[in-house]
Ligand binder design. Structure first.
Ligand code: PLP
Length: 434
């Protein structure tokens, strides 16, 4: 396989744009992880993408494993997605009135996900989790929610909190500008530790509206649910009259067509979707769906207000799930991803670098960590400096990984055997040098 060599490894044009960005955008980026703060160096400014490849402002062609953080399961600018969006755009951008495309997309989601009877479409994953939590609070008449350290659910005030020491009862906001009062309504438990959730139910009887989690954690790097974890949460929430919310913004249509709930056979009460159902449109639809209780009791209907419903992306979204339902899609993703993970493990062994690879289908993280990685504590024990060195060496060899050690790598249907081969050659080179 060809190792792709950067045409301008100095990234001069990217650096020049980054300089200008500092003048006009706080921190020079519109989302913190893009800043390269955790790996050092200057963020790449991307000009275009096609299939498995992206091109930066210097003209460097790179094999991309960020995939816009998950939506691009068909790769960049897939013809069917681009055509569907163009077709819809030609008919008008937004109407402030319902369209038939929304109904079809909702039906597709209901058909795909066992837990979802009805869907409300919103505009971002952040709004999906916000709406799900509001619905859970209204339904239960309770205010507290439980989240897990290391799980990310968008930038809602009440969810931007992390654990205090040792699964503390109350958490502290991890962003300035989040009032402590908001954070106080969020209790933080340890991922893969049902007992930590049990303790919160014990210390806050009849106060917890819902437990929200990524059923496969992907925002602290990939951490799969341990056997019994999801089952335990299902039982615990049911026994305490609280709701179980699966945030499948990453895992929906990714780890299986029907999401993690299908893969693991656990039916949550509410599901949040995003990313893939938007067909890769950053302005695409996302959804929050669950049991159809709205309006069943007076005063319990929870409205959502949205000025802009985008029919274009209702249709653009269609083409992503439709393309994915084709036979063999997930088998192909599994085979390519398994080859990548196995090859990385072999390269690490050869280079005598301790590496733990967690993978569920086409999402994976290679942690520079010798032990099992099962939750935030073991994630945080990974060697961050080694990852930074690895990241830059991979970039030098034409492979674009997440500019942070605690993110997933996303494999798409556009990654060819040659891409995987080139990536493994690059990894051999990089691992021998970290
Ligand atoms: N939930 C999860 C699991 C996510 O990974 C993200 C985004 O990365 C969100 C929610 C928020 O989605 P959005 O960025 O569309 O607001």
């Amino acid at each position: 396989a060809d190792v792709i060599v950067s045409v301008s490894p100095e990234f001069e044009d990217c650096k020049e744009i980054a300089q200008r960005a500092q003048d006009h955008i706080p921190g020079g980026v519109n989302s913190p992880v893009r800043s390269f703060k955790s790996v050092g160096g200057t963020p790449l400014f991307i000009q275009r993408g096609k299939g498995s490849r992206i091109w930066d402002a210097d003209g460097n062609e790179l094999v991309d494993y960020v995939g816009s953080w998950g939506p691009l399961i068909l790769g960049h600018a897939h013809d069917s997605v681009v055509e569907a969006v163009e077709r819809a755009l030609g008919k008008g951008l937004t109407f402030g009135a319902p369209t038939e495309g929304e109904v079809e997309l909702a039906k597709m989601i209901v058909d795909a996900l066992p837990s979802v009877d009805m869907v409300r479409l919103v505009s971002s994953g952040t709004e999906a989790t916000m709406s799900a939590i509001r619905a859970a609070r209204a339904f239960t008449g309770r205010s507290k929610i439980v989240k897990f350290a290391g799980c990310y659910h968008g930038h809602n005030d009440g969810l931007l909190v992390e654990a205090g020491s040792g699964g503390a009862t109350y958490s502290i906001p991890n962003s300035a500008g989040v009032p402590e009062g908001y954070a106080r309504e969020t209790l933080v438990a340890d991922y893969n530790d049902v007992n930590s959730v049990q303790r919160l139910f014990d210390s806050h009887p009849a106060e917890i509206a819902a437990v929200i989690l990524e059923p496969v954690a992907a925002n602290m790097g990939v951490v799969p649910p341990a056997p019994g974890f999801l089952e335990g949460l299902r039982l615990l929430t049911a026994n305490n009259d609280a709701l179980l919310i699966f945030d499948e913004v990453i895992t929906g249509f990714r780890v299986a067509y029907g999401g993690a709930q299908t893969l693991y056979g656990i039916v949550p009460d509410l599901t949040c979707l995003g990313k893939i159902i938007g067909g890769g449109c950053r302005w695409g639809p996302t959804a929050e769906g669950g049991m159809s209780w709205s309006g069943s009791a007076p005063g319990q209907y929870v409205p959502g207000w949205h000025t802009v419903r985008k029919p274009a992306c209702g249709n653009g979204g269609d083409s992503n799930p439709q393309g994915l339902a084709a036979p063999g899609t997930y088998e192909g993703l599994e085979a390519a991803s398994a080859r990548l993970a196995d090859g990385l493990a072999a390269a690490a062994l050869k280079a005598e670098v301790p590496l733990t690879i967690n993978r569920v289908g086409s999402i994976m993280t290679a942690f520079f960590n010798g032990g099992p990685v099962e939750g935030w504590d073991s994630v945080a024990a990974s060697d961050r400096e080694r990852y930074s060195a690895y990241f830059h060496l991979m970039l030098e060899r034409g492979v674009y990984l997440a500019p942070s050690p605690f993110e997933a790598a996303f494999v798409s249907t556009a990654h060819t055997p040659e891409d995987i081969g080139a990536t493994l050659e690059a990894a051999e080179y990089a691992l021998a040098r970290v």
